[in-house]
Each structure stands twice: as structure tokens, then as C-alpha cells.
Design a protein around this ligand. Structure first.
Ligand code: HPA
Length: 246
């Protein structure tokens, strides 16, 4: 039941991870974003991967999601918590808030998004009715409740292409579609995990109000400030989760 944490913007490293070792991997789909880091978080073994590389250098549409997930599978990982910075669209999704999304709408394009592309004979159509692992989501939600950390247990994540942020009209459309959050890396990561039969849940950290949801433009300084606070809460939650669930 090896657990992996994939870190996104604002989480290229886990501050309190006691590092045991690292491993570089080559996969049939290319090279993952970074070396896999083996470590202990509060005494519990985990594997960590920095989605954007370490240091942060790979744009969302350039990430080799297939290599990242394939490598985790090869290392024996069965459960993944994917931490992701997002913009907040709906009322409760204020900067620094945490959410455990339960649904996805994919607006990204042109990404390598399946392991079943190589051989027509082997195409499989995975079920994706519920894109995230319910037991993993419940574990995160329970861990948050046990330390009185407010999280939204239901949220729809809209995945845009990036790397630019959205226009106001795009966010209005996404809200109409039912999106609560907007990010750039949730897909194809979640679907690839499902193709490999890995349990996968996302821990979304709101970095900013999405375009047009607050006065003025979105600045990187604002994003970084909120992410710092949100990621600190995300780490508290992850630590509680690993110690509660093993
Ligand atoms: N849009 C898309 N992705 C993001 C945002 C945003 O506003 N903030 C952090 N990741």
C-alpha cells in the first residue's frame, strides 16, 4: 500500500520529509519530471515526486504525465495524493482554502493523455464516472475533520491548458459548466492513474481568485503569498493523513 505524494506549484519539496534516498528512472514513455524521493513523513514511508521538476521548471502542458505515473507504478506505488495549486471560482474557494475535488472537467488539449495509444488492438475504455478514489478522498476528509481544518469535500476541478491564466469570460463559462476550481495539471494525470489502476485523489490548494473573481489582475506575488499559507495547511493535513492511515 505504498503512498506517493505528487507535489505541484508551491510544493517542489516536502519540508519535513526525512529523505532516505532518491531514484532516477527511465520509462517506456520517457523521463519523469524529477528523481523520485523516498522518505519518511512523521515516521511513515512515502515516495515524493515534484510534478514540475526540481527546481520548478516544466510548464503544465510540457509535463510528461505518462512517465511520472508509469514510474510510480514501477516503484510499487498503489495510492497517490496529488497536490495542486488552483484558482478559486465559486464562493467558498477563497485563496489559501483547501478542497478535495470529486469531479473533473477537462479543457486541456494536445497532451499525451493515455497509455492505450500505442497499439489499437489494446485500447481500453476505463470507467471514469468518479475520477477520484473515494476511499482516498474519505481518508483526506476525515483527517481534515480530526484536526478541525476546513476543507471543501465536494468540488469540480476544471483543467485548462495554461500556461497562461484564463480570461474573465473563460471563467464565467467554466462556472456555468459547474467548475468550482481551475488548475492546469489535474488532467491527464487523474485519468492516467486510473488506466494504471492506481488509487488517486487530489488535494487542491487555492492560490488566487480566478480571473474576474476579484478586482484587478492576478499577480504572481499574490499567488505565492496565498500558496505559502495554503501549502502549510496542506502539509499539516497530509501529515495527519499518513499517520492516521499508515
Ligand atoms: N488558473 C489556472 N491554474 C491556476 C490558477 C488559475 O487561476 N491558479 C493556480 N493555478
Amino acid at each position: 500500500m505504498t503512498l506517493a505524494i505528487i507535489g505541484g506549484s508551491g510544493l517542489a519539496k516536502i519540508p519535513k520529509l526525512e529523505i532516505i534516498g532518491t531514484q532516477a528512472l527511465k520509462t517506456p514513455f520517457g523521463i519523469p519530471s524529477a528523481d523520485y524521493v523516498f522518505g519518511k513523513l512523521h515516521g511513515k514511508k512515502i515516495i515524493f515526486l515534484s510534478r514540475h521538476g526540481n527546481p520548478h521548471r516544466i510548464a503544465p502542458h510540457k509535463i510528461n504525465y505518462r512517465a511520472n505515473l508509469w514510474g510510480l507504478k514501477e516503484l510499487g506505488v498503489t495510492r497517490i495524493i496529488a497536490v495542486a495549486a488552483v484558482g478559486g471560482i465559486t464562493r467558498n474557494m477563497a485563496p489559501a482554502h483547501l478542497a478535495i475535488p470529486d469531479q473533473i472537467i477537462d479543457y486541456s488539449y494536445g497532451r499525451e493523455h493515455t497509455f492505450f495509444a500505442e497499439n489499437d488492438a489494446a485500447v481500453q475504455h476505463i470507467d471514469f464516472t468518479y475520477p477520484y478514489s473515494q476511499p482516498l478522498r474519505a481518508g483526506l476528509i476525515n483527517a481534515a475533520a480530526s484536526i478541525n481544518l476546513p476543507v471543501s469535500p465536494i468540488a469540480t476541478y476544471g483543467c485548462t491548458q495554461g500556461p497562461r491564466l484564463e480570461t474573465t469570460a473563460e471563467i464565467i463559462r467554466m462556472e456555468r459548466d459547474g467548475c468550482d476550481l481551475v488548475g492546469m495539471t489535474g488532467m491527464p494525470e487523474a485519468a492516467l492513474a486510473r488506466e494504471l489502476e492506481l488509487s488517486y485523489a487530489s488535494l487542491a490548494v487555492v492560490a488566487n481568485w480566478a480571473a474576474g473573481k476579484s478586482a484587478g489582475e492576478i499577480t504572481m506575488a499574490e499567488i505565492e503569498r496565498h500558496l505559502e499559507k495554503g501549502m502549510a495547511n496542506a502539509m499539516t493535513l497530509l501529515t495527519e493523513f499518513v499517520t492516521a492511515k499508515g
